[in-house]
Write a protein that binds this ligand. Structure first.
Ligand code: ADP
Ligand code: TYD
Length: 220
């Protein structure tokens, strides 16, 4: 597989991503959308980043465990891209080529925001690497937005041993929230902001309705 623009042809598959700060409900909502679409008869591949393929999951462990200063910011960006390339080659692209709906819990917007917005000077490196080795954007991205204090409380209640990023604290989460909202404002066609502070079922009903509208518009 080559990099970049030659991957524009994705057969009839649809690529959906979920983004947002830690604990905002992305995994919950990605699962709920997958269930709803499966019940409607669609073939779904539910996946996540960092991870989503064997090699990418091995890289995930290097990224999410251990000391926050384990990697330099540049090395960290390279590791996220290495994981994403493996995920793309082994999981995402084959599923899109087979006409499936791929739902990914995080994708490249997370790198733009976590690695790019957290250290603004690194955003050009993030964008250049993405163009060189990934080159694919989701068709539709749901940004689950909510107050970082509430989201952090949810996330920390979960304590999974994968807290290298969550340990960075509330101020960092506030910058991340602003980063996701800024990206979404710049790309309103692809990125839909969803109020994640509501009850789970209310959030998932809203997402399913938007997804249905998007699919109907594409089919028209
Ligand atoms: P993320 O993937 O964004 O980190 P999760 O989906 O894992 O978030 O949710 C984090 C925690 O919050 C989980 O314990 C989950 O059950 C809970 N949760 C998710 N959505 C809601 C909601 N709308 N209201 C209350 N709790 C929620
Ligand atoms: P994830 O498992 O989605 O965490 P959570 O469920 O708590 O949201 O992602 C692990 C961490 O990796 C999370 O804090 C976000 C971070 N991350 C980046 O910093 N850059 C990236 O490109 C990705 C995909 C994730």
């Amino acid at each position: 597989m080559q990099a970049g623009k030659d991957r524009g042809n994705r057969a009839s598959g649809i690529f959906v991503s979920f983004e947002g700060i830690d604990g905002s409900g992305k995994s919950t909502q990605a699962r709920a959308l997958a269930d709803t679409l499966r019940r409607a008869g669609h073939e779904i591949v539910l996946t996540r980043e960092p991870g989503g393929a064997d090699g990418a999951e091995a890289i995930r462990r290097l990224l999410v465990e251990g000391d926050p200063d384990r990697w330099s910011p540049e090395t960290e960006i390279l590791l996220f891209n290495a994981a994403r390339r493996d995920h793309l080659e082994r999981t995402i692209q084959p599923a899109l080529d087979a006409g499936r709906i791929v739902i990914s819990d995080r994708f490249a917007d997370s790198t733009r925001v976590y690695q790019g917005a957290a250290r603004a000077s690194l955003r050009p490196l993030v964008d250049q690497l993405h163009a060189l080795v990934i080159g694919l954007e989701p068709d539709l991205t749901f940004v689950i937005d909510m107050d970082p204090g509430d989201a952090l409380a949810r996330g920390l209640a979960r304590r999974s041993g994968e807290d290298r990023f969550e340990d960075l604290g509330l101020g960092f989460q506030q910058r991340l929230r602003a980063g996701f909202l800024e990206l979404a404002a710049a790309e309103p066609d692809r990125m839909r902001v969803i109020d994640g502070a509501r009850a789970m079922a209310e959030v998932s009903t809203g997402i399913a309705a938007q997804m249905q509208r998007w699919m109907a518009a594409r089919a028209a």
